[in-house]
Write a protein that binds this ligand. Sequence first.
Ligand code: PLP
Length: 462
Amino acid sequence: MAEDALAMLQQKDLQHVWHPLTQHQAYREGARPLVITGGQGAFVYTADGQAFLDAAAGLWCVNVGYGRQELADAGAKQLRELAYYPLTHSHPRAIELAERLASYLPRTPHIYFSNSGSEANEVAFKAVRQYWKQQGKPGKIKILSRFRGYHGTTMGALAATGQPGRRQGYEPLTPGFIQVAQPYCYRCPFHLEYPSCHMQCADDFERRIEIEGADTVAAIIIEPVTAGGGVIVPPVGYLKRVEEIARQYDVKLIIDEVVTGFGRLGAMFATSFFDIHPDIVTMAKGLASGYMPISATAFSDELFEGFLGGPDSQRHLRHVNTFGGHPVAAAVALANIDVIESENLVERSQTSGQKLLKGLQDALMDQPNVGDIRGMGLLVGIELVKDRLTKEPVPNAVMRSIAKAALAQGVIIGKASDVEHERNNMLMFAPPLVMTDADISQLINVVWGSVVEVMEREVAKA
Ligand SMILES: Cc1ncc(COP(=O)(O)O)c(C=O)c1O
């Protein structure tokens, strides 16, 4: 694209596009968003011909990588065949996709389709509340989640989100949501160490249920590995313990696999990897690798059957959305899952993830500002601190500078934003699962260079 055409496009962008998580004052002062016009594999291309390694896979969703002809063809074919029909009746692609998802999650074989991760979680919250009312337990309405957990941006999903930075300014949120501790071993909220801690973090759910009264608690929602809240991988046994607590107190367990599903952690779904059996599983990002918006909420037989009744019983799920299970999105999701299967991207996520984690640890662990490097599969994070002993977080401004330095070297990396005030000190990597060994080396070199460059500059300033 010619320079003046790009400048014109950017000018119109500044006038009309309101970007998420963005301080537009910076644009008024000369900063410009990248204008992405194409992509291939783990790379995206800008309107002015630059290539960037996208170590964030868009927003952690382009699992099969960019430029997949088979997904485009599946979408185009479906557009010609049946462009739209809602699931108030049915259509073949939604049926095939639901069956496919149920094959991975046999204990939650009833699939409700929506358009985003937030909506998939809203469906879960509404369904469990209605379920308990229909079970004759109308008091069971509270949803327990965790500090630093992220479940979405709509009012209910945000109420389940334990990130004060995200919630600030939007209260009052939906009532009935309560947060408990994270299994955040690097900064244990109980100042204990695993395993002698006996996982007080898991027991925090039990404590909270006892305090509130089990007859007031509808469900627990957790991410199997906390993603945007800081790549927090739970200790061995944690998820099983939470499941046990949920069962003991007759509380439904919702596992949010919006990020972790479809290979991100080196398993198709984390629930099967960790051998837990939730009542509800939600999923979105990798379901169609971002090629189309689609999400799903998978329910157990028990929950689903709690909605059966006569035509005037009002027991049916009274949640509807116009586009959920859109035929084109479902067709693209099916093609996407075919690619994940046929190219063994789940295994690749595991092996590439190990290379990335070890490579970052070898390159960076001796840096004085690197507190922790952790991850699972191709979800990896680096926690930066001012001082390794005090673990005081590196300020937001420094995190921005590091991301900017990486961008200047051709790599898009993620970083925590708006989690907690001045506690957003995580660099995060969730690249396409097709990332090559050369891409991994490039990412490690650029991250190392960016961290060293910015931290040396900070030391010189001090
Ligand atoms: C774990 C988790 N749940 C839910 C969501 C919300 O998904 P969406 O942005 O599609 O609404 C996200 C988004 O990043 C997420 O990371």
